[in-house]
Design a binder for this molecule. Structure first.
Ligand code: NZQ
Ligand code: ZN
Length: 386
């Protein structure tokens, strides 16, 4: 196992009727900006619950944060923060609202263009405190230090990581997720699944604790997906999906082990250029990464086949074929098409995606930093069609 330091400072407040406890978590004299998305929280009652709970506070609102939160939109929230002397941010929504809020937390303290935090030209030195009510189990953003922001005018989708933006608390009420459209429930399961895979499907460093944890999370998601499609109001299954998504990317399973974020880095470029949902890009790219890197990931692919999918097959090459197929079939069984051509993305679009990868410095991806642009090209070509 590799050396590591681990600290996660987010308090998780999980279960039924937890929004009521908001006021225990935010100092009473705070000037709060409540940030949210396109309005789902007004339909499912969450907005009203928040307003009721915070009725004794000074609150301002900023709605309209879009999926794949845009720099242009978020800068409008930054203006409110400055004008109204906001000193606490409350994110109420999915990963996009959470990520957007993290950017709004650091942007007011920027000495230049806050976009520099995304390109790596500057690193955040200060941030407003953030609280969160996570309404979509997927990204883990409610309890991690990362955020992904899109600049629509240039089609750049980039991330920053800073310990300053760990939310102080994350309220996780599984019942809030009953109102998710089916495709968003599925997207969430797939995103969390691939987060686990990016930290698990690498090479062996004798880390049975992290591996076992990852395998349990993967199996939980595989078991939960058909159950929740059949019965969207199954509380226990919603709760298990929600906790799995948080644990999939709160740093825990990735400590002391190699990580490979190739699928995500290529996926972000596809979303930025072609607008596909984040999770859909992952369901397309992960199987292609498994195919192209089957030699390098051999030992873990075999372990994954046996421990997660329980495949009985003595021929190891066949075993690997079978588990890649299983993974693809899992995504397809959730109604996701797993090839670029299914979304009208063609071979001659690949060069543009590669150009952006190069521009963003994504030229040495993977757990061994040996996935060059040429290998990304092979991955994208493999992802084109069956
Ligand atoms: O905007 P509203 O009206 O709230 O509707 C949202 C949105 O349309 C809706 N929704 C959320 N909760 C709901 C609900 N609808 C009904 N009931 C509820 N309870 O779902 C739609 C999608 O929301 P969004 O926040 O965009 O989805 P998600 O949570 O999947 O976030 C995706 C974003 O997170 C980034 C992605 O790149 C993408 O930009 N990621 C962030 C990560 C991180 N911070 O660690 C890691 C991830 O790998 C990922 O890259
Ligand atoms: Zn993701």
């Amino acid at each position: 196992m590799f050396n590591f330091k681990y600290q996660n400072t987010t308090k998780l407040i999980f279960g039924k009727d937890k929004i009521k406890e908001l006021s225990q978590e935010i100092p009473i004299n705070s000037r709060i900006l409540v940030l949210y998305g396109g309005g789902s929280i007004k339909k499912n009652g969450v907005y009203d619950s928040v307003k009721e709970t915070l009725k004794d506070y000074t609150i301002f609102e900023f709605g309209g944060i879009e999926a794949n939160p845009g720099y242009e939109t978020l800068m409008k929230a930054v203006e409110i923060v400055k004008k109204e002397k906001i000193d606490f941010l409350l994110a109420v929504g999915g990963g996009s609202v959470l990520d957007g809020t993290k950017f709004v937390a650091i942007a007011p303290f920027s000495e230049g263009d806050p976009w520099d935090f995304l390109t790596g030209k500057a690193s955040p030195q200060k941030a407003l405190p953030i609280g969160s009510i996570m309404t979509l189990p997927a990204t883990g953003s409610e309890s991690n230090s990362g955020a992904v922001i899109t600049r629509y005018e240039t089609k750049d989708k980039l991330f920053f990581i800073s310990n300053l933006v760990f939310p102080r608390f994350a309220i996780l009420e599984p019942e809030i997720t009953y109102s998710l459209p089916q495709n968003q429930t599925i997207n969430g399961i797939v995103d969390a699944f691939v987060h686990i895979m990016e930290q698990y499907l690498t090479f062996n460093v004798n880390s049975p604790v992290q591996d076992g944890f990852s395998e349990t999370l993967l199996k939980t998601l595989i078991d939960s997906a058909p159950k929740i499609l059949k019965n969207p109001k199954d509380y226990d299954t919603r709760a298990n999906i929600m906790f799995s998504a948080t644990l999939a990317l709160n740093g825990l399973i990735g400590i002391g082990v190699p990580q490979d974020w190739t699928t995500h880095m290529i996926g972000h470029e596809i979303t930025a250029r072609h607008g596909l949902d984040h999770a859909i890009t992952l369901a397309i790219i992960l199987p292609a990464v498994m195919k192209i890197r089957r030699k390098q990931k051999r030992e873990k692919l075999i372990q994954y086949a046996k421990n997660v999918w329980n495949i009985q097959e003595n021929n190891e090459e066949k075993l690997i074929d079978l588990v890649i197929e299983k993974t693809e079939n899992f995504f397809q069984s959730l109604g996701i098409k797993t090839y670029l051509s299914d979304y009208n993305i063609k071979e001659n679009d690949i060069n543009e995606i590669l150009k952006k990868l190069e521009e963003h410095g994504m030229t040495a991806l993977g757990e061994n930093k040996d996935i060059t642009i040429d290998i990304s090209k092979e991955i994208l070509k493999t992802a084109l069609s069956k």
